[in-house]
Unconditional design. Structure first.
Length: 130
């Protein structure tokens, strides 16, 4: 499987990504995850103001193949949900790292990034899954 892994993003073992932008961070699922899920048909909207903890449930995603949980790569407070996904959940398949982001959080503890993988580590991790 040929997957795209971008520098400047951090990754979880459950295939979520996070890109930190100052005090906030955008969250989505990796190219590996969207390929495994297949065509995404629905993403459960997250509620702004809700607090999430690192590696705990953030939201759910449904595809033609399966339903799957998405976990928060970092702790924080949800500040936004990508409402474009309400009408076009396939954005996650088409552009998982850009237009297909799922939620934005205000990061509670930037030190939690030590629990995540950089692009090189994630590439090694996914290579071991094939």
């Amino acid at each position: 499987m040929d997957i795209t892994i971008l520098e400047g993003y951090l990754y979880t073992k459950e295939h979520e990504w996070v890109r930190i932008e100052g005090p906030k961070a955008k969250i989505g699922i990796s190219d590996y995850a969207q390929q495994k899920l297949g065509d995404i048909t629905y993403i459960d909207p997250t509620e702004p103001g809700k607090k999430v903890k690192q590696f705990e449930f953030l939201t759910g995603v449904e595809s033609v193949k399966a339903a799957s949980d998405i976990y928060a790569p970092l702790s924080g407070t949800i500040t936004a949900f990508n409402t474009d996904l309400d009408d076009a959940p396939e954005l996650v398949n088409k552009a998982c790292y850009t237009d297909g982001w799922i939620a934005e959080i205000e990061v509670a503890d930037p030190g939690e990034t030590k629990n995540l993988m950089d692009a090189a580590a994630y590439k090694n991790y996914t290579a071991g899954l094939e």
